[in-house]
Design a protein around this ligand. Structure first.
Ligand code: AMP
Ligand code: GLY
Length: 430
């Protein structure tokens, strides 16, 4: 008798594609559903058309499909309480409940939390009044100044102001002109931290925390960190400058205090915590942001390194027995290159046919779809970030070479990708 094991994954990007590929490796998973999914996900899962932010729609879909698990991947539904609604309807889930997702949902909460718990982070002040915020900027008179919307803003709610004029404009755009809607009514102004950026994703059941290999995103659109911030143009993992010594210090001063602090405050966090860190040369690692979910595109680089069955981990987190399982990674190196639509993150066109996907046939390469859709039997571009190509190898250089040679086989009109992903990591390991 085949035991049914069906999973519904919420979301539509490269991260969700990578999660689904990892879940598919489990011998126990019999079917995967995704909503809304994308062109690539549609090839390995049944896609539905409920949007990720539509919580009643997601619950109704779950009631129709009766999955054994619902994996809520993106920030919006987590912060809006999708997990609570699904649990109330009797479904088992992966992802934090609303009261724990606030770690990402409110910068004011997360900054105050870190202060209460003595977790190292940039100095800051929170404001609900624009005049007071502008006064503070003028009095401090220190640049760059970092100005952040309190709430979610599609990854665009952080402005690094280089002078008073830029800082004042940032406050005005958020608090007075409503550029980010409700998310910007409250803001945080914080100290600019200098140092290398590292992402650490970690599984937690609210008691135990298991970190994944550290990774580093490349946020700017163009080579040499030029151009605007994007959702992420590429990732390498692990990161050579995130040493064991730094990892131990982070575990003691950041990771465990976060999990314990949330639990002590009645906000037990179950799922994946994203620690965005800056390794400062003088004061060690400091948190620049928490996310309440897997990162995108960090997931596309990190999950191919996971050896343990992801379903086993999901079950252990739900049952709060993460301490009892052995979560293993392959020890290989991983490189992920994002292919974006020309013009992204500003105006770009969609609907261009994507060619060459079938010419990538390498077991060490995963081609994840981010913004694609199937149209009349053909895959076409359907978003800013279109494809994320990940390769794994014994060395980072080999992973990068393999990933880039796969990227060169894939094409669509005006495709853009950075050609310097991983360069800093390679330079520092030489
Ligand atoms: P966030 O959305 O909080 O991750 O911020 C977006 C990006 O802004 C981060 O990835 C960093 O590159 C940068 N950033 C955020 N906060 C700081 C800070 N306090 N100091 C320096 N850079 C920062
Ligand atoms: N890569 C950044 C994020 O997932 O928020």
């Amino acid at each position: 008798m085949v035991i049914k094991m069906e999973i519904l994954v919420i979301g539509s990007g490269g991260r969700e594609h990578a999660i689904i590929v990892a879940l598919k490796k489990s011998s126990r998973v019999t079917k995967i559903h995704a909503t809304p999914g994308n062109g690539g996900i549609g090839a390995i899962a049944d896609c539905h058309n409920v949007k990720a932010r539509d919580i009643p729609g997601i619950v109704a879909l779950a009631k129709e499909l009766k999955p054994d698990w619902v994996f809520v991947a993106p920030d919006d539904p987590l912060v809006l309480g999708a997990v609570d609604a699904l649990n109330d309807a009797g479904f088992k889930t992966f992802g934090p409940r609303k009261n724990a997702a606030i770690l990402e949902g409110s910068k004011t909460f997360s900054k105050d939390f870190m202060k209460r718990r003595k977790i190292p982070t940039a100095d800051y002040m929170a404001f609900t009044d624009s005049e007071k915020a502008i006064d503070y900027i003028k009095r401090k008179n220190t640049y760059p100044a970092v100005i952040k919307c309190d709430g979610l803003a599609l990854g665009k709610g952080v402005i690094i102001a280089q002078c008073e004029r830029e800082a004042v404009e940032a406050v005005q755009s958020m608090m007075i002109n409503g550029k980010f809607g409700e998310s910007g009514k409250q803001i945080v102004i914080e100290e600019f931290l200098e140092g290398a950026e590292v992402t650490v994703l970690a599984f937690t059941d609210g008691k135990t925390i298991v970190t994944m290999p550290a990774s580093t995103d490349h946020k700017r659109a163009y080579n040499d960190d030029k151009g605007l911030n994007t959702g992420g143009m590429g990732v390498v993992a692990p990161v050579p400058y995130y040493t064991e010594e730094i990892a131990d210090e982070c575990m003691e001063k950041i990771f465990m205090p976060t999990v314990k602090g949330m639990a002590d405050e009645g906000k037990v966090f179950k799922g994946c915590i994203y620690f965005g860190l800056i390794i400062t040369p003088d004061c060690g690692a400091k948190v620049i942001e928490y996310n309440c979910r897997f990162g995108d595109p960090e997931t596309q680089a990190v999950l191919p390194l996971l050896k343990t069955d992801l379903l086993d981990i999901i079950e252990a987190i739900w049952d709060e027995r993460l301490a009892g399982i052995n979560v293993e990674f392959s020890g290989k190196k991983s490189a992920c290159i994002v292919m974006a639509s020309g013009g992204y993150p500003e105006k770009y066109s969609s609907g261009y046919p994507i060619k060459g996907l079938d010419t990538v046939n390498d077991d060490n390469v995963n081609v994840y779809h981010a913004g694609t859709k199937a149209e009349n039997g053909e895959l076409v571009t359907a978003g800013g970030r279109v494809i994320a190509v990940t390769a794994t190898a014994d060395t980072l250089q080999a992973a990068l070479d393999t990933a880039y040679s796969a990227v060169k086989k894939i094409n669509f009109k005006d495709a853009h990708y950075r050609t310097d992903i991983g360069k800093k990591a390679i330079d520092c390991s030489e």
